[in-house]
Write a protein that binds this ligand. Structure first.
Ligand code: 13P
Length: 259
């Protein structure tokens, strides 16, 4: 049994209105809402966060956002600060999802500022990394991933609390939304390299304590064998987190590794 508590994080991306978010929680089985052997998180669009906070406040499911701006306040039209999120009861935030990096030109320097602002405000950041198909085929992509981790965490003074609060998600871009999951042993190999990188930056104890997630076409039918890999401590799930029954099943299967 792993000492690291498993994590099952759903990323709804740009899906669900407030009403649809409410219907999702109402349809979620009680067992999923009350499961405490896993850290279950829903990363929802900003527009549904307040509704979800009310519906989830007595459950074990935590609330996450998909983006944050690093400045605390000011003339940044369209942006949302970490303090605004914590005031809503949000506890997690995705940092550097490949869709943010690709479509919104978010680079490692900006993402490092966001990660630090999230930590200072009390949010748990989920730092995302991963390679494109072209990068994988060109070879040497592992160095890019390790650099995303090094730059993303640059200047972060690690502490026992941060070891628990910072999550890292490896999401190969070619596996996102394609139905093509990365081979379990390959995902485990990359997460093992990420763990070694953390050990180089912060020492073995931190590397052993931190939770590393895999994302990319995770579904109920794939999650058990993924969770059985020694370096995979949880999942970051898009499509399969949108249906209550499938998200509940992911939570249940993930929790089995936490008992
Ligand atoms: P899918 O699970 O739909 O492949 O999405 C993965 C993802 O990008 C989660 O952040």
């Amino acid at each position: 049994m792993s000492q690291r508590k498993p994590v099952m994080a759903g990323n709804w991306k740009m899906h669900k209105t407030q009403i649809e978010a409410q219907a999702f929680v109402e349809a979620l089985p009680k067992a999923a809402l009350n499961e405490d052997a896993v850290e279950a998180v829903i990363c929802a669009p900003f527009t549904s966060l307040s509704t979800l906070q009310n519906l989830l406040k007595d459950s074990q499911v935590s609330l996450g956002a998909q983006n944050v701006y690093h400045e605390p306040q000011g003339a940044y039209t369209g942006e949302i600060s970490a303090g605004m999120l914590t005031a809503l009861g949000v506890s997690y935030v995705l940092i550097g999802h490949s869709e943010r990096r690709e479509y919104f030109q978010e680079n490692d320097v900006l993402l490092n500022l966001k990660l630090k602002a999230a930590l200072e405000a009390g949010l748990n950041p989920i730092l995302c990394c991963g390679e494109s198909l072209a990068e994988r085929e060109a070879g040497g992509f592992e160095a890019k991933i390790l650099r995303q981790i090094e730059l993303g965490l640059s200047g972060v003074q690690m502490s026992p609390s941060y070891q628990q609060r910072i999550l890292i998600a490896y999401e190969p871009i070619w596996a996102i939304g394609t139905g093509k999951t990365c081979d379990d042993t390959e995902a485990n190999r990359i997460l093992g390299l990420i763990r070694q990188q953390i050990a180089r930056m912060y020492g073995e104890d931190t590397a052993k304590a931190m939770r590393l997630l895999y994302g990319g076409s995770v579904k109920p039918s794939t999650v058990a064998s993924q969770m059985a890999q020694p370096h995979i401590d949880g999942g970051l799930v898009g499509g399969a987190s949108l249906e209550p029954a499938s998200f509940a099943e992911l939570i249940r299967l993930c929790a089995e590794h936490g008992r």
